[in-house]
Design a protein. Structure first.
Length: 165
């Protein structure tokens, strides 16, 4: 990925509603060039969508927890994500290394709702659970800085072409 595309992706990750005019100003490109690059990034699947960040307290989902799960029967098929996909309170499902198979990020209204959700998780996927309740979240939804992944030369390491040999 070109460095200018990395810059555009980083800017959009920080503010998905940034206008093409603002992106152009930040990157030094024309508005039409930025528009073309963003559309190309969308078409390639680099930019997969844009989302609103919701105040979860305001919508009644003030309790966040991480639920580690592992199958009760280790020989059972590894299909917990599919078995749990219908539970809307599960925001994310991460496959992990270690004792547990997956860590789920869940959002619910109350401890009673969490207890009910844990019962549903256990029954739906035939798993045991270990739960960590979040007390506070100093930061979340941080935009990554998209850096050169090493597959392309880093322009900052290139010799200055204007220098005499």
């Amino acid at each position: 990925m070109e460095e200018i595309d990395r810059r555009i992706v980083t800017l959009l990750a920080r503010d998905g509603r940034m206008s093409f005019t603002d992106l152009a100003r930040e990157t030094g490109l024309s508005v039409s060039a930025v528009h073309q690059r963003v559309r190309r990034l969308e078409k390639r699947g680099v930019v997969r969508g844009y989302a609103a960040i919701i105040d979860l307290d305001a919508v009644g989902l003030s309790l966040t927890a991480f639920v580690s799960i592992k199958p009760i029967d280790p020989a059972a098929p590894d299909d917990a994500p599919e078995r749990l996909a219908h539970l809307a309170a599960i925001e994310a499902c991460h496959s992990v290394a270690g004792d547990e198979s997956y860590i789920l990020k869940v959002r619910v209204a109350s401890p009673v709702a969490l207890e009910d959700l844990l019962q549903q998780i256990r029954a739906s996927a035939n798993v045991s659970t270990r739960t960590t309740v979040v007390l506070s979240t100093p930061y979340e939804h941080r935009a990554p800085e998209v850096i050169n992944d090493g597959t392309e030369p880093d322009p900052s390491l290139s010799p200055d072409r204007d220098q005499a040999p």
